[in-house]
Design a protein around this ligand. Structure first.
Ligand SMILES: NC(=O)c1ccc[n+]([C@@H]2O[C@H](COP(=O)([O-])OP(=O)(O)OC[C@H]3O[C@@H](n4cnc5c(N)ncnc54)[C@H](OP(=O)(O)O)[C@@H]3O)[C@@H](O)[C@H]2O)c1
Length: 334
């Protein structure tokens, strides 16, 4: 067995600008044998989320602050190599926030054993925090009713694609907004969205007006900026606006002024609310079981974009901000 744990460390704070290679530094350390209650893992897959850039910047305050020089934080699937904890044995597969390192040693309580009956990589995506974000954000904040018009931005992404499909299961009419023809076609042809708008080629607000003349009942926003502002002008009475993310802001040096159309919330008696998925952690297991059933029934489909090679982790994270990923962004460590 190897004795070297390869790592990527945080070396820069990308506040107000895109990520660059110099924001990450490589390191090699000796593998640490597990102490009491700990396990030694071999990392198989890393999962990527736009929030990782925010963690490097220490914005938001919903996770502990990062330090320069610490191992880059992130979710991973690992195989237990050695265990000093009764609940896990070598060969078990686990998921947890073990970071960008090839052989992490972690408390067994920080990782979760993967059910062998589930598709392995789905535990970083549709059955992981991504799926939980879609499930709880939509059900608890969006509160959709059958017959509602649900509009989803970032719709072909890992989270947005699940939101739209749960919307369909709920009986909503679902319109997705995504970048490019291929992604829009996939939403309609494969996932059963009622319509999709290519924000790179079409006037989003005008198209929403055509497709949803009675307005938007539930607006799920992953992107913020101009698209959010336009859609706020197209709300139906008593609309619910779910602020999940705002990726169009994540690389900006200076934040734009607030969305001028927010005043429509008054006229439409609408609500706009943010949420953090981690607040629903105690309820994850039943939601996961529900999504497993939907996948088995063919009612939820998902797509994964798998890059290869541990050395490519920083570049893989960067893919999210240029829309290069098509589906949940993963990396096979190899
Ligand atoms: N609140 C929470 O608890 C929570 C939890 C998880 C994730 N999130 C948020 O959910 C959102 C989606 O995350 P994800 O992991 O599912 O990523 P993702 O949607 O799979 O990937 C990001 C996508 O964002 C789109 N994008 C990038 N730059 C953009 C821009 N300037 N304008 C419009 N779209 C842009 C790209 O799609 P196109 O090709 O379509 O442009 C890209 O593929 C993020 O904002 C993330 O921060 C929130």
């Amino acid at each position: 067995m190897t004795t070297v744990n390869r790592q990527w460390l945080i070396a820069g704070r990308p506040n107000g600008r895109p990520l660059r290679d110099a924001d990450f530094a490589r390191a090699e350390n000796a593998v640490r044998e597990p102490g009491p209650g700990e396990v030694l893992l071999r990392t198989l897959y890393l999962g990527f989320d736009p929030a990782q850039k925010g963690w490097m910047e220490n914005v938001g305050g919903y996770v502990a602050p990062t330090e320069l020089g610490e191992v880059m934080r992130g979710s991973a699937i690992g195989e237990v190599i050695a265990s000093n904890a009764p609940a896990l044995v070598p060969g078990d597969k686990v998921v947890g926030r073990t970071g960008w390192q090839t052989f992490p040693t972690a408390p067994a309580s920080d990782v979760q054993k993967i059910d062998n009956n589930t598709p392995l990589t789905a535990n970083l995506g549709v059955l992981g925090t991504t799926g939980m974000t879609a499930f709880f954000g939509l059900s608890k904040i969006g509160k959709p009713f059958a017959g509602d018009t649900l509009v989803v931005t970032g719709a072909a992404g890992a989270t947005g694609s699940v939101v739209g499909q749960i919307g369909k299961i709920t009986g909503c009419r679902v319109i997705g907004i995504a970048g490019g023809r291929n992604k829009c076609q996939w939403l309609v042809d494969e996932l059963g969205f009622d319509a999709a708008i290519d924000y790179k080629a079409e006037d989003v607000r005008e198209r929403v007006r055509e497709l949803a003349p009675s307005g938007i009942d539930v607006l799920w926003d992953n992107v913020g900026g101009k698209i959010l502002n336009g859609l706020l002008g197209e709300l139906a009475m008593h609309a619910r606006v779910v602020i999940c993310g705002g990726i169009s802001r994540y690389e900006l040096g200076q934040m734009p002024a607030g969305p001028e159309n927010y005043f429509n919330l008054i006229f439409k008696r609408a609500t706009m609310s943010g949420f953090i998925v981690l607040d629903y952690q105690s309820e994850f297991s039943w939601a996961r079981a529900r999504i497993v059933n939907w996948i088995e029934d063919g009612r939820v489909r998902y797509r994964e974009d798998i890059q290869h090679g541990f050395e490519n982790a920083p570049r893989t994270l960067m893919r999210l901000f240029g829309g290069e990923n098509f589906g949940k962004q993963l990396l096979k460590v190899d």
